[in-house]
Design a protein around this ligand. Structure first.
Ligand SMILES: Nc1nc2c(ncn2[C@@H]2O[C@H](COP(=O)(O)OP(=O)(O)O)[C@@H](O)[C@H]2O)c(=O)[nH]1
Ligand SMILES: [Mg+2]
Length: 307
């Protein structure tokens, strides 16, 4: 089914030096029936803005730096009922937009993620990309209890209500994680749909550094879990302390069996194990507080809705 002009849709494309692909991309979205296209450009030094304008899209110059800042700025300005975002690098198919839009307009989702792992071209992901993505999706599931296949996808759709309620602070490539976390925290319905993922045009390099950005994304998922799943947040710290304590304790006992008493190591072992338990208990208590708080928020929401 084709979902087009009857709905108030904005297609949002963040770009940074994508002159090789942006023109064709805009043309193809128009062929699919979507004429309201906004390019948010990160001060490209090539002809990206010029091409985007000549293809009839609206072009906004981003004020700060990073894909995250660009999206935050665009989300504030755009006021359409549905917002679909995609990369400007031609790795996503404009024809897949119907898959993304359909759960939104059918009122089955508030946030739709295009799952790139459903169908990807050979070479679209490096080995490191594949491992990194798998790890990050797993960490996300563990921390937020929502087991998704592709939380880092750049092809997504949102309702206006969802977009306007997001509290976003990340300026770089952590933005996709932050958006997904915000959706889970605010109880929005997330649906994943299959899409096709192509490899990048050989003349344009990715702006993502897999190790540096991968690490930043992992750290964001972990840190933002503090107020959502404190048992996970403090549990990890507690487990590390306990693990070190057990290793130190093992050493102390084997030495003691040989007739040598290691006083300092014994003290260290005790501190590590006690601190580990403290963190775990702190996690349990925080978890209780968060659960109670969530119940209260739900009741308040229900009351507001029923009014
Ligand atoms: N406006 C803006 N867009 C950016 C910035 N960095 C990357 N992008 C765009 O965001 C999209 C995703 O970046 P990309 O390098 O393809 O990351 P990858 O898909 O994870 O390899 C592309 O369309 C980039 O041109 C930025 O700092 N500002
Ligand atoms: Mg890309």
């Amino acid at each position: 089914m084709n979902y087009k002009l009857n709905f108030d849709v904005c297609v949002l494309l963040p770009t940074l030096n994508e002159e090789a692909t942006i023109g064709k991309l805009i043309q193809e979205f128009k062929e699919e029936g979507f004429n309201n296209i906004v390019v948010i450009d990160g001060n490209s030094t090539d002809r990206t803005r010029e091409i985007a304008l000549s293809e009839g899209s609206e072009v906004i110059l981003q004020e700060g730096k990073g894909k995250g800042q660009a999206l935050q700025q665009a989300f504030q300005i755009i006021d359409n009922e549905y917002i679909i975002m995609a990369d400007g690098d031609g790795t996503y198919l404009p024809s897949d937009i119907h898959n993304i839009l359909s759960p939104l307009v059918e009122d089955e989702a508030d946030h739709v993620i295009g799952n790139r792992f459903a169908d990807y071209e050979k070479g679209a992901f490096t080995k490191l990309n594949l491992i990194g993505n798998r790890l990050i999706n797993w960490l996300f599931g563990l921390a937020y209890g929502e087991w998704l296949s592709d939380i880092l996808s750049g092809y997504r759709g949102f309702t206006k209500e969802a977009i306007k309620s997001f509290d976003l602070n990340k300026t770089g490539f952590e933005i996709e994680s932050e958006i997904t976390i915000e959706s889970v925290k605010k109880d929005f319905r997330i649906v994943e749909v299959p899409i096709t993922y192509l490899s990048r045009d050989s003349s344009a390099a990715t702006k993502l550094n897999p190790l540096r950005d991968g690490f930043k994304i992992g750290a964001t998922i972990y840190k933002l879990a503090k107020v959502h799943n404190p048992m996970f947040y403090f549990g990890i710290i507690g487990s590390i302390f306990l693990f070190c304590g057990v290793i130190a304790g093992f050493f102390v006992i084997t030495e003691w069996l040989r007739g040598v008493t290691r006083e300092l190591m014994t003290i260290l072992t005790a501190i590590l194990i006690l601190s580990g338990f403290q963190f775990l208990i702190f996690g349990f208590i925080s978890d209780l507080i968060v659960s109670l708080h969530k119940d209260t928020v739900r009741s308040v929401r229900k009351m507001i809705k029923e009014k």
